[in-house]
Write a protein that binds this ligand. Structure first.
Ligand code: ADP
Length: 380
């Protein structure tokens, strides 16, 4: 078994759209084979990304069936369209120094320091928020990857390190920070114009969900939503903050773009699960921040592995190392990976982030490591 045999297997898979096989169509990038573990990068045009997912799966199955192959992994990447945004890599310097190997314990492997590009880039124009030193946006290519969980835990971990932290939940369609931070009170106003944030676990926080009934926010679209968010951004009396964490709405639509442009976002963290880092969602989020010139601080892989609560055995449920690889490919630092963990969900639901509820757990340690690396890099 060698790399050519893998290419020959890929040459038997035909893309019904163009009638060509994967190799002839020029989609097959790097093919590697190490001790029976095969890895293939498929590079497809941006517009075909979603349509190619079944073919990528078929390719994985075909390679896995070859004799002498112990595992097969196909990573689908989509190039930016001509005339569209430049591929993220082109705009960046060399890939960052990704330190260390994978964490053997609990899958928690805090990675490199946040990125060099954060220092290289000038902050983009926008209005600073009075009293707020840095604004760190937490985004994701799609919903349900744990973006809010990461935002809440980073906020309390940073507060635990003595930083003055604010948390703004801008996820209008599914505001989850009131539940995760355990607050329910209606915010008060000092003057009928501005809004006082609530205090939770040492963090000043505010959420659209505390101000607007869910039914109201869900019918807002486009300009109306933008106006509400912008007002929201600048009406909160934050006081003096070292860092304001913004839990962005999921996805990469206009709302996220505009929000990033309206204020000086000093850095962005992208959260993704191993499945979508191997695919396209994380890349879309990277492109979005690239387009708005928001410095990318790094990628966090969430729900990376499962730690058996009984025996402590670590199982990489969806493969391993996707975010680290994706980070290297896109020139975005890898900040760490958080295992999938029942306590993380339960404590999130109970209003006490896992960093506080189970400070000795693997996810808590990983969140603290990431928080410390953000501070060390001057991002928080
Ligand atoms: P998003 O903000 O991306 O939509 P959430 O943070 O709301 O995602 O997370 C979605 C669900 O997954 C929540 O129920 C949350 O408690 C759970 N969750 C997030 N991260 C983890 C994790 N590492 N382990 C277990 N459950 C998690």
């Amino acid at each position: 078994m060698d790399e050519d045999s893998i290419r020959r297997a890929l040459a038997r898979i035909v893309d019904p759209a163009g009638g060509q096989d994967l190799v002839s169509a020029g989609y097959v990038g790097a093919v590697t084979l190490t001790d029976g573990a095969a890895q293939v990068i498929l590079e497809v045009p941006g517009a075909r990304g979603a349509a190619m997912m079944p073919l990528a799966k078929a390719a994985e199955t075909a390679i896995a069936a070859l004799e002498g192959i112990s595992s097969a992994r196909v990573i689908l990447t989509a190039a930016a369209e001509p005339g569209g945004a430049a591929p993220a890599q082109a705009a960046k310097g060399p890939p960052p120094d990704l330190r260390g190997g994978r964490g053997a314990q609990a899958g928690a492997q805090p990675g490199s320091q946040p990125g060099p590009q954060a220092e290289r880039r000038p902050p983009q124009p926008g209005h600073p928020i009075p009293g707020v030193d840095r604004v760190l946006a937490v985004g994701s290519g799609k919903g349900g990857v744990g973006k809010s969980t990461v935002a809440a835990n980073l906020a309390v971990a940073l507060a635990g390190e003595g930083r003055r932290v604010g948390l703004l939940d801008a996820d209008v369609y599914g505001p989850s920070q009131p539940r995760m931070m355990g607050v329910r009170d209606k915010p008060t106003s000092p003057d009928g114009q501005r809004i006082n944030p609530l205090q939770a676990h040492g963090v000043a926080m505010i959420s659209m969900g505390l101000l607007v009934a869910e039914e109201t926010a869900t019918v807002w679209r486009g300009p109306m939503l933008m106006k509400a968010l912008q007002q929201f951004l600048f009406s909160v009396v934050w006081g003096e903050l070292d860092v304001l964490i913004i839990d962005l709405p999921p996805g990469t639509g206009d709302v996220q773009l505009t929000l990033a442009q309206r204020t000086t976002v000093t850095g962005a963290v992208i959260v993704s699960t191993p499945q979508d880092v191997a695919l396209l969602d994380a890349r879309k989020a990277v492109d979005m921040f690239e387009r708005t010139e928001v410095p990318l601080v790094g990628l966090i892989e969430n729900m990376a592995s499962f730690v058996c609560p009984k025996c402590g055995e670590v199982t990489p449920l969806f493969g391993h190392g996707g975010a680290q690889e994706m980070g290297a490919r896109l020139g975005v630092p890898f900040l760490g990976e958080i295992p999938i963990d029942l306590d993380t969900r339960l404590s999130g639901d109970a209003g006490m982030p896992v960093v506080l509820a189970h400070p000795d757990s693997a996810p808590a340690k990983c969140f603290r490591e990431i928080a410390r690396s953000l501070i060390a890099a001057g991002q928080a």
